[in-house]
Design a protein around this ligand. Sequence first.
Ligand code: S1T
Ligand code: MG
Length: 557
Amino acid sequence: MPASDSTLARRLLHALKAHGAREIFGIPGDFVLPFYKAIEDSRILPHFELSHEPAVGFAADAAARYHPGLGVAVVTYGAGAFNLVNPIAGAYAERSPVVVIAGAPGAAERASGFQLHHQARSIDTQLAVFREITCDQAVLDDAASAPREIARVLASARERSLPVYIEFPRDMVAARCAEVPVLARRPPDKEALAECAAEILARIAQAKSPAIIVDVEIRRYGVEKEVAALARRLGVPVVTTFMGRGLLAAAPDVVAGTYLGAAGDARITRLVESADALLLLGVIVSDTNFALSQRRLDPRRTMIAIDRQVQVGHHQYPEIPLDALVDALIAQAPRGGKARGASRKVKVTYPRHLKADDKPILPSDIACAINDLFYRHGVMPMTADMGDCLFTAMEIENSALAAPGYYAGMGFGVPAGIGGAAATGRRPLILVGDGAFQMTGWELGNCRRYKLDPIVVLFNNASWEMLRVFQPESKFNNLDDWNFAAIAPSLGGHGERVTTRAELAAALERAVKRRGMFSLVEVMLPRGRTSDTLARFVAGFKSARERAAAAQKGRGG
Ligand code: S1T
Ligand code: MG
């Protein structure tokens, strides 16, 4: 092996690849230039530079969501790394395993006695901040321990499906060190696993109307196919959470729909809230997933597997990886499970056959037009930003979707579409509002150099419309009209503004046929009109908040 391959930089790059990373997103800076040179010269992993670190984080997050493995974000010290905080906080909240590699001062700079450029309070403030939003950290300041440190941190990212942080002092890049081992996974306790699976199956067998709810961890641990097989074996209906929308897209026979509580399809709500045994696989029990429930989760009839813990009623089973649990359930499940009761076979259908007429466009028309497009040309992987575009996505066929459905941070949609396209080679359909596009939509200017050609549907209501639904009286929600379609050509793409349903259908048809550049379809929407899903969601959220406040008051809070 050439001597250069035994440098810490190359050992780290080989280790990233060995742990499932397939590409790097980044923006270099002087504290990370030597490492970035190794990235470029070694060609161990392809690398994509974007224009602002929040986009680097969102793209790495989406890559980790779209190809089970690790996302990688490489940034410079201080100014670069602190720009990454919000997307990594979102990745932590939504359990996406992104490896943050941040440059840092070398020993000589540390000893210089200077306040260093990019330094915040102290030289170690950056590490302190990332301790809060990653599950494991390593500082590579000692060549002897670095391989072990890297192995531990990458194993943590894989096992916990959470972001991790590696600080790479600029003077350590060429240090010689040993290879980075791939640590064996911590096996579950076999007895506990068998007992846990048996207890879950017994509860499901005794139940008259069981149901399964799935969320992001079944994607993060690559067990969607196995969960679909388990559901078929048990004959139990499956629903996704709001955040889990798009999961099991390859198993339409298994998924009944998406559970949104009071904001969702009443048949799905009934299926979940009348279930006498609920198995939650990889589900984050968050407000966006359950605040609109009309019946709170009852621990006596609920079984939850998340973050390597399983709770069955009041019984706790620690250290049970989700994939091991699903395998054990399949192994022990009785064969030939029949669908429980005719009423259990609920199947939500999605709107199609948009009337291509001169009527103005409403958000739900966009869902209808996209369903028609998918029917004609095949389903596309989607990303969505926060705003009504995400709620409108609930009215689109259940196809692969990456969106900030729990952390709810804006700016995700376009960079995530770029990250997903770079990571999978598949062409994405990106849904984004005008407010979110103002934040990170400009990253589309990076598509040409990477030969990416996403289709972007921009919901332009010249408004922070979701906030207006919460607080209609506020004028600050009125945005100006930036005429985004006219800007697209200077970013290397094609832009088209549409105002009627006929124009929308035609523009999407042209976009799907146009390859080699991004296509921006700017859909003009009236202020004050939202998707039905968002209207119900906000109404439910507001009353849930009022109920919580009243209860708090009742407790003398
Ligand atoms: N800043 C960031 C980074 N994320 C946020 N979620 C917010 C602020 C608050 C916020 C929303 S929804 C929303 C804001 C500002 C408006 C979104 O506007 P746009 O993208 O145009 O979409 P639409 O017009 O469909 O609402 C949530 C409640 O937190
Ligand atoms: Mg808007």
